[in-house]
Write a protein that binds this ligand. Structure first.
Ligand code: ZN
Length: 463
């Protein structure tokens, strides 16, 4: 075969209702149809105003729906490394050719199926049997792909699952890309690169896309990560704010390689990867879009004030740093306690405290991969404000793994100095039972004109 006038010679034409615009093909995307026949695929495509360039029956009979220089509506939302007119974050529709193979994927009910080498959900039994691609179909696909690669400046041959951030595992684990990759002069790795952003501790690469899964290896803060694809999982793990109803859902877990091998090594939580602005539009995982950012509640703010104590005028702390209100120093922004000679009202103390807590609140948001209640969140902020340890605390790992009981117990891993144990128990109770301990009460201490506080005698106030 060969290509004349942007059509493969010798195969039938099968127009579709979707009409595209002009393109230069640079990427070849392979799909499966989830239908048994081209006739059924055509009906489904026309109903949805979608299209591929090539449709191939199970016996190898192929149809072309349009010129390769007319774009087709096949990849939908897709992500890809930045390159000329096929840019990261934009749909691959412009600049790609879609070949669709008649195959039911894992929805197949017949007998010609085989276990899939499925890296994404290796323990999900429902995704382990896939319809086999017959030899005639594969031969036809490879021959057509060869013609396309010879004729156009094709830089990559990928599966739909390699580039689609929301969709099916497509064309599935039984499709062998090796012959197609071998046709390319210089195949380049899938996906994109970014860096590990986990300053507290190394990032764990896990066997499964799940925080409770076994560690494969770790990556240090600042290490380059090659993200190959995004993992799919159950609805509960979906990062999309309105997931709808699908068979599988996009998660915040990414398949990565290590040591530049370009083979799947394990999964990392993308929350701990450096955000790239160009990714945010299509990869909300990087901003944790599944969970609204939480803030400390008013009750939580008062509870925390109760733990800390209040001084309404400036004072010098134990290491002679000028301080105001609840631990406010110049480092946190204005006012500068050293030059502040007035007296804050209790409301002003709380307002300033809430501002100063922003970075702690952000830290807590940044480590959570599960949704938590308001009281759980308040307890975590109180814990972090005191310990600064939210990023390395085992309780966070348990919480993210779905074990709240264990997380509650692990508050008590942090009981130094001994005087902090009472507070830690209160945080634990707030986390586990949702009960505030201080009744909105806090202690106000007085400082003298030299900034010295008498911490031995305070006055209890209701905030
Ligand atoms: Zn597809």
């Amino acid at each position: 075969m060969s290509i004349t006038g942007h059509y493969i010679n010798g195969i039938a034409k099968q127009p579709l209702s979707h009409v595209g615009t002009t393109q230069t093909p640079k990427v070849l995307v392979i799909h499966y149809s989830v239908t048994d026949t081209v006739a059924a695929a055509v009906t489904a495509l026309n109903a949805a105003n979608l299209s591929y360039h090539i449709l191939i029956e199970k016996d190898g009979t192929a149809y072309q729906t349009r010129r390769f220089t007319e774009h087709a509506a096949h990849p939908g939302l897709s992500n890809w490394k930045a390159q000329s007119d096929v840019t990261l974050g934009s749909s691959l529709q412009r600049g790609s050719v879609g070949i669709c193979l008649m195959n039911k994927g894992y929805a197949y009910g017949g007998s010609a199926s085989a276990p899939g080498k499925l890296i994404y959900n290796p323990d999900d039994a429902s995704m382990q049997r896939w319809e086999v691609y017959p030899a005639k179909l594969i031969a036809s696909c490879n021959k057509i792909a060869e013609d396309i690669i010879k004729t156009y400046p094709i830089e990559h041959v990928v599966g739909h699952h390699d580039v689609a951030i929301m969709g099916k595992f497509d064309p599935g684990p039984l499709f062998d890309f090796t012959p197609l990759h071998d046709m390319l002069a210089s195949p380049s790795p899938l996906g994109f690169k970014t860096k590990v952003k986990s300053p507290g501790s190394p990032l764990t690469v896990r066997r499964l896309p799940d925080a409770g899964s076994a560690s494969v290896t770790t990556l240090n803060h600042g290490a380059t990560v090659h993200i190959r694809s995004i993992a799919y999982g159950p609805k509960s793990a979906c990062i999309h704010p309105s997931p709808g109803t699908r068979k599988r859902y996009l998660t915040r877990w990414a398949s990565v390689d290590v040591n530049g091998s370009d083979t799947h090594a394990g999964f990392v939580n993308m929350k701990y990867l450096r955000q790239r602005r160009s990714l945010r539009r299509w990869l909300p995982i990087f901003e944790g879009a599944s969970m609204a950012k939480m803030n400390i509640s008013n009750a939580g703010l008062k509870e925390l004030a109760g733990h800390e104590g209040i001084v309404q005028t400036r004072y010098q702390d134990s290491v002679k740093v000028w301080t105001l209100g609840i631990g406010h120093t110049k480092a946190a922004g204005p006012p500068d306690p050293k030059t502040f000679t007035g007296k804050l009202t209790l409301d002003e103390v709380l307002d300033l405290f809430k501002k100063d807590l922003k970075s702690y609140v952000a830290d807590v948001n940044s480590v959570l991969t599960v949704t938590v209640s308001a009281t759980e969140f308040d307890a975590l902020v109180s814990f972090h404000f005191n310990t600064g340890g939210i990023k390395k605390a085992a309780l966070v790992k348990s919480l993210n793994a779905g074990d709240k009981k264990k997380a509650a117990a692990q508050f008590m891993n942090w009981k130094s100095p001994p005087s902090i144990v009472d507070r830690r128990k209160k945080e634990q109770k707030l986390f586990a039972d949702g009960v505030y301990s201080n009744g909105g009460k806090a202690t106000v201490y007085k400082a003298d004109s030299a900034g010295k506080v008498d911490w031995s005698s305070g006055k209890t106030v209701t905030l």
